[in-house]
Design a protein around this ligand. Structure first.
Ligand SMILES: Nc1nc2c(c(=O)[nH]1)N[C@H]1C(S)=C(S)[C@@H](COP(=O)(O)OP(=O)(O)OC[C@H]3O[C@@H](n4cnc5c(=O)[nH]c(N)nc54)[C@H](O)[C@@H]3O)O[C@H]1N2
Ligand SMILES: Nc1nc2c(c(=O)[nH]1)N[C@H]1C(S)=C(S)[C@@H](COP(=O)(O)OP(=O)(O)OC[C@H]3O[C@@H](n4cnc5c(=O)[nH]c(N)nc54)[C@H](O)[C@@H]3O)O[C@H]1N2
Ligand SMILES: [Mo]
Length: 697
């Protein structure tokens, strides 16, 4: 033994969970040496993760140790939005914030409703999202937030049709013989599902992609149907038309396990392939061929599966379209087999004890108003009124970057720029939203805090252990709300629960916590083929083609094709339909400031078909102006086969300040809401494109 050798602690590996808003919810292994996280990799012992991560999350340490990470509380010193801040102590920041909130809350009965929390999917952890934060806002009596920005149209549609956010188990797609990948760029946004689809493909399955954009996923499928955005409902109805016309139906399944078949049948028979093809911008033969492939399952017994993703519900008729597509498997009896049926979300499988985490009992008898996060642009600009209640006077943002990701940015920015609005932002970085804060409070990343997770793409619970100490003066969201509660004098014992206790509470006895501690994940005991014999958790116990609940709300109880608000028409002032789906190397607006990933995405781009570029005299690589009545945005043109004629693709979501002119695609999107679920309509957006007069500004 050499007594002079330095003591080297061997690297350790810490089990964690990917925090991002993605269906995959991967199990992570972080290698730590000398207190520093040197590597994050996929856990090989977790079947869905299978040892592999996407490029962006394998760069997670780069994000955690980023030189621009916010490590101290910061107080605004310049005009709103100027992004000028100075360092202050935690005590000074929290004391001032508590005082400001107390003054608002004390100004009258229900006055605390002028305070609005704003949060979404920065972390999907149940503890660092809505646990201590929800308790705090409930106790305060703040406005409630309807968290609609992503999935509420599809989620509500699934609930009305199947009874919950339920469907096939993702691993059984590996055994399917036909997979329709519908409104999902799986290689980008659901990589670990794609792994199962590849297995199916190797075993002889046919893969068909239904997407206006010729995505990376479409490249690798056997067929691609490039329909117009917002026309999925028409396509689903015409598929039903063909299944009926050729009697490719499972009559026994329809009779036993569905509700409203006669009505749906009658409606579908009005949608010939010719009629739908005109709406979808495709050929009748494409629809007939798709129906033949899908209907063949009835005679052959080969399992047919649909992987739907939320991309196709970001249009006016998104909810109705999901209802129609979720109805399809029942027509052919696909649910009878574990490798048949459909999957949009698996969330309802998780027995989460939200009441224990969020403590709505802290509201007492108060019933604060609910504001929709998707219309934050309008709501920040509303004056107080009898119907609206008080104007929003304070906004506390965590796990979200609304200035970049909410629709109709011009209005959103105008709201955030209000000098009389008091804004606190809990963040890792000085995002577009943080620029408008009065205080930025530094939050920990997933490597630095405890959490417990569900998944909307598989059926495993995951635990995240901290791998390293919090950097600088950062604190977990929970701790920030705990300390704020203390400053406000909230002395209920629930404000004393620590993060490990919250992790245990999330599932209570429903999940074995010791298994989570030792393995990092636990698989839920869900049925292999949940609807093989009906058992839909709807009021009728059947797949509800007709929903009495929707009818009671004054809506059509039967799903139909609902056209876009902004219907594609080549003769209008704004003759191009713009969609803005996720970029592969970003996660919504997260990672845009990680240079290695940003370099892979080049610059904000607009993909356009060569024919549309030619009629406008636009050349590849030129800076173009994309505009409509709501605003304009400059970016680089990419003439690309990925765009179909009439549709342009503005891959999102860039930080505004890292774009060419301080704007991003949401300068063009609208605050109109979906038919069901009050969700935004990002992909229901008409634009025009030209060459700007002055290309740099
Ligand atoms: N790399 C990466 N992964 C992500 C994300 C990310 O930003 N980057 N975002 C995450 C989030 S928040 C979510 S919600 C999930 C799911 O996110 P989704 O929004 O479902 O994203 P994608 O799976 O990329 O699928 C969107 C696809 O739908 C297509 N599409 C657009 N409009 C229509 C339409 O009207 N009809 C049809 N059929 N298709 C349409 C787009 O061209 C795109 O290829 O992914 C998550 N995963
Ligand atoms: N045009 C267009 N707009 C879109 C979409 C689109 O497809 N097109 N997609 C929409 C969809 S699907 C979604 S889900 C929304 C997503 O919108 P958001 O949920 O707002 O997602 P992000 O843009 O990723 O911003 C999350 C922020 O949370 C921060 N964060 C992460 N972890 C923590 C933490 O532990 N504590 C704190 N305090 N902060 C943390 C990150 O640094 C990041 O800045 O965007 C929507 N906007
Ligand atoms: Mo999302």
């Amino acid at each position: 033994m050499n007594p002079t050798a330095p003591i080297v602690t061997p690297p350790t590996q810490v089990l964690g969970a990917c925090p991002h808003d993605c269906p995959d919810t991967c199990s992570l292994l972080t290698t730590v040496a000398g207190g520093i996280a040197i590597k994050v990799q996929g856990n090989p012992a977790h079947p869905h993760t299978d040892g592999a991560l996407c490029t962006k999350v394998s760069r997670y340490p780069e994000r955690t140790y980023h030189p621009e990470r916010i490590l101290h509380p910061m107080k605004r010193i310049g005009p709103k939005g100027s992004g000028q801040f100075e360092r202050v102590s935690w005590d000074a920041a929290l004391t001032d914030i508590a005082t400001r909130l107390q003054v608002i809350a004390a100004s009258g009965p229900d006055a605390a409703q002028a305070i609005l929390p704003y949060s979404y999917g920065g972390t999907m952890g149940l503890v660092q999202s809505e646990s201590m934060a929800a308790r705090f806002f409930h106790k305060l009596g703040a406005s409630l937030l309807d968290r609609t920005i992503c999935a509420s149209a599809g989620a509500e549609a699934l609930t009305q049709t199947l009874g919950g956010k339920l469907g096939m188990r993702v691993e059984f797609f590996a055994e399917s013989k036909l997979i329709m990948i519908w409104g999902s760029n799986s290689i980008t946004s659901n990589l670990h599902f794609w792994h199962y689809a590849q297995q199916a493909k190797r075993a002889g399955a046919k893969l068909i992609c239904i997407d206006p954009r010729k995505s990376e996923t479409a490249d690798k499928c056997h067929e691609h149907i490039a329909l117009l955005p917002g026309s999925d409902g028409a396509l689903a109805l015409a598929l039903m038309h063909e299944l009926i016309a050729h009697d490719w139906l499972d009559h026994d399944y329809l009779a036993q396990y569905t509700l409203g078949w006669d009505l749906l049948r009658e409606r579908a028979l009005k949608w010939s392939p010719e009629r739908a093809a005109a709406v979808c911008g495709i050929t009748p033969e494409q629809i007939q061929s798709l129906a033949r492939d899908y209907g063949a399952s009835v005679a052959s017994g080969a399992p047919a599966a649909i992987r739907l993703n939320y991309g196709m519900q970001r249009v006016h008729g998104g909810g109705n379209a999901v209802r129609l597509i979720a109805s399809l498997p029942a027509l052919i009896g696909a649910w009878r087999q574990r490798a048949g049926g459909m999957l949009l979300s698996s969330s309802s499988n998780f027995p989460i004890n939200r009441a224990a985490l969020q403590r709505p009992d802290q509201l007492g008898s108060r019933t604060p108003r609910t504001l929709n996060m998707s219309t934050i642009g309008n709501d920040l600009l509303r004056l107080g009124s009898a119907t609206f209640g008080p104007a929003v006077q304070a906004l506390i943002v965590y796990n979200s970057n609304p200035v970049a990701i909410a629709p109709d940015s011009a209005r959103v920015v105008q709201g955030f720029a209000r000098e009389d609005l008091f804004t606190v932002v809990l963040e890792h970085f000085q995002t577009d939203t943080a620029d408008y804060a009065d205080y930025i409070l530094p939050a920990t990343t997933q490597l630095e805090h405890w959490d417990v997770h569900m998944s909307y793409g598989h059926t495993d619970v995951l635990l995240n252990r901290p791998a390293i100490a919090p950097q600088g003066e950062t604190k977990p969201n929970t701790q920030i709300f705990r300390e704020l509660a203390q400053k406000m004098g909230f002395d209920e014992p629930c404000f004393g629960d620590d993060d490990q206790a919250l992790c245990r509470m999330a599932y209570g006895d429903a999940v074995n916590f010791d298994e989570l501690l030792s393995k990092g994940f636990a698989t839920l005991a869900t049925p292999q083929a949940p609807f093989a014999q009906g058992n839909f958790p709807t009021p009728s116990g059947k797949c509800e083609f007709f929903s009495a609940r929707l009818a009671a709300q004054g809506m059509d109880g039967l799903p139909d094709h609902v056209p876009n608000y902004e219907v594609f028409n080549s003769s209008t002032e704004f003759p191009l339909a713009m969609i803005s789906p996720p970029a592969r190397n970003f996660l919504n607006s997260t990672f845009v400031n990680v240079k290695s990933l940003r370099d892979m995405e080049d610059e904000p781009l607009l993909e356009m078909h060569a024919a549309d570029a030619a009629t406008r005299g636009l050349t590849n690589g030129a800076v173009v102006r994309v505009f409509n009545a709501r605003g304009s945005y400059r970016c680089k043109l990419k003439i690309s086969q990925r765009a179909r004629p009439g549709v342009v693709n503005g891959l999102g979501v860039w930080w505004r300040k890292l774009g060419l002119d301080g704007h991003n695609v949401n300068q063009l999107t609208s605050q109109a809401l979906t038919d069901i679920g009050q969700a935004p309509t990002f992909y229901d957006c008409l634009v025009q494109v030209d060459a700007p007069i002055n290309p740099t500004r």
